[in-house]
Design a protein around this ligand. Structure first.
Ligand SMILES: [Zn+2]
Length: 56
């Protein structure tokens, strides 16, 4: 059984409408974290995303 990414509780995917989160609350928490990260990421960061860079 998968674990809720927010609180690590077991989630019954088939019985949980908010899967993969265990509850609406955890779904909103994760959404809030995601938005927070998106807003706090510096725009330059995108060009540093490729880890294969620097082989030359
Ligand atoms: Zn949860």
């Amino acid at each position: 059984m998968p674990l809720c990414p927010v609180c690590d509780a077991s989630v019954n995917i088939e019985a949980t409408p908010t899967a993969p989160f265990c509850s609406e609350r955890c779904r909103l928490i994760d959404l809030g974290r995601w938005l927070d990260e998106a807003y706090s990421l510096p725009e330059q960061k995108q060009s540093e995303d490729d880890e294969d860079e620097g082989d030359e």
